[in-house]
Design a protein around this ligand. Sequence first.
Ligand code: GUN
Length: 292
Amino acid sequence: MKLLDGKAVSKEILKKVKADIDQHIEKKHLGYNLSRPSIAIVMVGENAASESYVRGKIKACDKAEINHKVIRFEESISTFELISEIKKLNKSHFDGFIVQLPLPDHIDPNSIINEISAYKDIDGFHPLNFGKMALGQKSMRPATAYGILKLLQHYDIQTNSQHVVVIGRSNIVGKPISIMLGNDFEVGRSTVTSCDIHTPKALLKEESRKADIVIVAVGKPGFLTSDMIKEGAVVIDVGINRLDSGKLVGDCDFEDVSQKASYLTPVPGGVGPMTIAGLILNTYEAWKMKNL
Ligand code: GUN
């Protein structure tokens, strides 16, 4: 079994983005001096997991020399107030911004995401970007799905005509990765079966055992076991779960699945850093769209 080293691949992508930005700035554009990209990260309330993800995003921005600002709001902010802050960011100098999820229970995330300018939506969550992505048009792409495809591409793992089973149907991971793989992304078009925790376990197992690639994003430690995959399957573990012991694990029983898989993403160090790479690639795209 070979580990898919998301940490190393992400590092390479950040280095390349930084070099590409440097080159554009050096060349200037129509004789004008260009500023480096800058993004804002909106955080509402306190959430330990979000704090950790945002630290990772800030570190990546520093590596690519992308300016960043974290904007914090009290947990008690109303939907109306948050929307007016989003409207300000839409008109600001920032090339892009994200609203870190989850939001407090009293705020419907869709009502916020729908207000983000599609041009500044570096998470790729706005319906316009999601719709374009689904139609196979150029758009900002949901960062985790984009990162997974970049990881597969890096390791030359064929997706064209391959059977992929995606377990999990969330708007931020399961749904977009299923759609992107079924479209003609740079790595080709797959035959995708989309399942989730409501799929009867026997049916899920029947499907996942036939898959060349299994992508699991259910947020349940130890969910995917070796009896659910075929010999030599590629397994992408999107889960990030903190056990009571403090240990970070994915959705796979890692020891068990590693006996049978040909490639497997570790947790941490697999999909997590690739999500950040996806965000940085979207930032670069947003910056180019605005400035070049
Ligand atoms: N929370 C967990 N993953 C993500 C992500 O990719 N973007 C945002 N905005 N929030 C998240």
